[in-house]
Design a protein around this ligand. Structure first.
Ligand code: ADP
Ligand code: MG
Length: 483
């Protein structure tokens, strides 16, 4: 995906290229075309994923035709803090360098007289914090009747700062026929309510940061001779204290074979894959939830949308070919803040090496090699911390916990929130709890410890934001920003 295919004009493409961006981030790829089509957009993506450009770029395009009247801005961006508002303004500056758009920044601490002067000249984009905007509005210095695009940026942060009443007030002064864009890193109920109230048939875009593997999932990797993967799995099952587990295969035809093999070894298993009819799948899943068997052998397709509380383990019998799938698979355990353990069996083949590399690149660190039976330190169950080091130094993520998996409380329900790896749109929520990282399924991006190897990016946030949610993405640069 490149910027050229998003529908932006040549001036913007030039400006973007000059920023050094080579490809849109996932939220940009989804949001920009929708905004250009004048859709309302509800954009949910973790901090540092490029949400600002996802609305500033199309807004510049949209606003490039038309002229602003004095004191009647044509678009309004609300941001929670001065620093964030200033940053939005800088984005307009940077991307709009080949357009002649007037913008004004209305934030506390700046001279009101100066701000009024700018407003008098007519502005295309007004970027404001809610308090200062209301202040000037109430003094009659500004009219909001000509607002065609309204953006509520960093909405969750707005909520934390108690700005929701101000926002509701401001929106009541803005014409009802307008385009509304709301961006947030998380989607608490209150924000959902605001979104339902202010947005009309929005395109809901939700993006999991690709590397957002839950931090409470211990990840282990076992290299196996290609023909001995079943035995390797059996050994892992022996050595781990497995309460219940998903076992993922890449191919449907392997699922039944593996299930049968495990059954012969007296494991309590069932299979689940896309070829089974819906009622059968439902039945198997219910049985799994009710603890009627312990191991669910399944495919990625079947696993999407599965939400089973308190699953102690995930085993990748095959290394997923798409690194995103890895994130989704291991996200089946360690849900709702509980600890989970995820193991990947990799065949000693070039292909699997390649897939593992891709996964490690995506998650930003090496998966620890899991000591296997025979190695002293591996002992026989999950309390034991794997004692070997990651096989390269890149990942010192402090993510692995090794709490006993059996300590989990079965009755713990995952919070009934959209959860993190999802890519669904909130409307479609209920049945689908999970899926790939972009669009169509709702998610709750989790605060995530960023891979250490991600280097700060040149366009880092500037000076002292008091916005903790946006803090330091210089050193938390998501992998997809790198090439
Ligand atoms: P968010 O609002 O999601 O927290 P920002 O919009 O502030 O994130 O963007 C985070 C950083 O990513 C900024 O430094 C920005 O310049 C940079 N950035 C945005 N889009 C891209 C892109 N397509 N390629 C590379 N860097 C980008
Ligand atoms: Mg932002």
């Amino acid at each position: 995906m490149d910027f050229e295919s998003l529908g932006l004009g040549p001036e913007l493409l030039k400006a973007v290229a000059e920023c050094g961006y080579t490809e849109p981030t996932p939220i940009q790829a989804k949001a920009i075309p929708a905004i250009l089509m004048t859709r309302d957009v509800l954009g949910l993506a973790q901090t540092g994923t490029g949400k600002t450009a996802s609305f500033t770029l199309p807004m510049i395009e949209i606003l490039s035709g038309g002229v602003a009247k004095a004191r009647m801005p044509r678009s309004l961006v609300l941001a929670p803090t001065r620093e964030l508002a200033a940053q939005v303004a800088e984005n307009f500056e940077k991307y709009g360098k080949y357009h002649k758009l007037n913008k004004a920044l209305l934030v506390g601490g700046e001279s009101v007289i100066e701000q009024k002067k700018i407003l008098d000249r007519g502005v295309d984009v007004l970027i404001a914090t809610p308090g200062r905007l209301l202040d000037l509005f109430e003094r009659g210095s500004i009219l909001l009747n000509d607002i065609k695009v309204l953006v509520i940026d960093e909405a969750d942060r707005m909520m934390d700062m108690g700005f929701i009443p101000d926002i509701e007030k401001i929106v009541s002064f803005v014409p009802p026929i307008r385009q509304t864009l709301l961006f947030s890193a998380t989607m608490p109920k209150e924000i959902k309510r605001i979104a339902d109230k202010f947005l009309t048939n929005p395109k809901e875009i939700s993006v999991a940061a690709p590397a957002a593997t839950a931090t409470n999932v211990h990840q282990g990797l076992v290299w196996s001779p290609p023909r001995r993967k079943k035995e390797t799995l059996a050994a892992l099952l022996q050595q781990e204290k497995v309460k219940n587990a998903f076992v993922f295969c890449n191919r449907k035809r392997d699922i039944d074979g593996l299930a049968k093999w495990l059954k012969n070894k007296n494991y309590d298993v069932a299979a689940l894959h896309g070829d089974m009819d819906q009622s059968k799948r439902y039945e198997v899943l219910e049985a799994f939830k009710n603890d009627e068997f312990r191991l669910l052998i399944c495919s990625d397709v079947a696993a999407r949308g599965l939400d089973v509380a308190a699953v102690s383990h995930v085993f990748n019998f095959d290394v997923p070919m798409h690194p995103d799938d890895y994130v989704h698979r291991i996200g089946r355990t360690g849900r709702a803040g509980m600890d989970g353990r995820a193991f990947t069996i990799a065949a000693e083949t070039d292909d699997d090496r390649k897939y593992i590399n891709a996964i490690e690149k995506l998650i930003g660190n090496a998966i620890e090699i899991q000591p296997m039976g025979g190695q002293k330190e591996s002992a026989s169950h999950s309390q034991n911390k794997p004692q070997n080091k990651p096989h390269n130094n890149s990942g010192k993520q402090a993510t692995q916990k090794n709490k006993p998996s059996h300590s989990r409380d079965r009755d713990d329900k995952p919070e009934n929130k959209p959860n993190h790896q999802n890519k669904q749109s909130p409307q479609k929520t209920a049945p689908q709890k999970e899926s790939a990282p972009v669009d169509s399924v709702k998610q709750q991006p989790q605060p995530q410890k960023a891979p250490q190897q991600n280097k700060p990016n040149k366009q880092n946030k500037q000076s002292g934001q008091d916005d903790s949610s946006s803090k330091g993405f210089g050193d938390e640069l998501p992998d997809f920003f790198k090439n």
